[in-house]
Write a new protein. Structure first.
Length: 64
């Protein structure tokens, strides 16, 4: 075939990962995981902002 044995081994290993024969994340799964982590970070920031806003609102409305 004219393919370097190391290259062929890398292809086989990558294919085994893609088929789920090994417990390693695929490239798509790694990308999805990174996206989900970014979304969680963003949602946590929004949640914290809303918590502070509600606390401020409660303080302002309860003060005579």
């Amino acid at each position: 075939m004219g393919v370097n044995p190391g290259t062929l081994g890398n292809w086989v290993a990558r294919e085994r990962i893609e088929r789920g024969e090994r417990d390693v994340l695929t490239a798509d799964e790694r990308g999805e995981l990174a996206d989900l982590r970014a979304e969680v970070k963003h949602l946590r920031m929004e949640r914290d902002l809303l918590k502070r806003s509600v606390a401020f609102w409660v303080k302002e409305t309860s003060t005579p």
